[in-house]
Design a protein around this ligand. Structure first.
Ligand SMILES: [Zn+2]
Length: 158
């Protein structure tokens, strides 16, 4: 992929993000692309859907998976108007996209009033310092879902 190719798709993502502000969503949009083919788009839908996980990248990945009928987006590229937050970056890894290409970065997002950079900083710190408690409480059978999974002969690995 050439830089020119990337810049063109990012232009589309930026246009969608700007439109989305007028439509009542957050200033973010993303695309899933295979070569020169647009597979799916996603716009931030957090406030209209009252869904904190409805970030543009997650919305685009869900739409692309529905479109191609597969939970793997291997071979595809995610273009996003802004650097993915940790949730969206992890979703991209789970979706196995080949590339993630973004326009604005976490510092631009911070100036826009969004917490992407703050969450990246949080992940770099010890969990004991987090404002949200993340606690392991381990019953004796904590591993049972995995032993059940591994004993299921027709499981679909992902
Ligand atoms: Zn996100």
């Amino acid at each position: 992929m050439t830089r020119q190719h990337d810049i063109r798709w990012l232009g589309t993502a930026i246009d969608l993000a700007v439109e989305n502000v007028d439509a009542g969503g957050g200033p973010f949009a993303a695309l899933v692309v295979r070569g020169d083919e647009l597979i799916a788009t996603g716009r931030n839908r957090v406030t209209p859907d009252v869904d904190p996980s409805a970030h543009a990248e997650v919305v685009a990945i869900r739409a692309a998976c529905r479109e191609i009928g597969d939970f793997s987006l291997a071979g595809l590229t995610l273009y996003t108007s802004c650097e993915p937050c940790p949730m969206c970056l992890a979703t991209s890894l789970w979706a196995r996209v080949d590339r993630v290409v973004y326009a604005a970065d976490r510092d631009d997002a911070a100036r826009g009033g969004f917490d992407d950079r703050e969450f990246y900083d949080l992940f770099a710190r010890d969990r004991s310092t987090w404002p949200t408690a993340v606690v392991e409480a381990r019953p004796a059978d904590a591993e049972r879902p995995f032993t059940t999974w591994l004993s299921k002969a027709d499981r679909v690995p992902y």
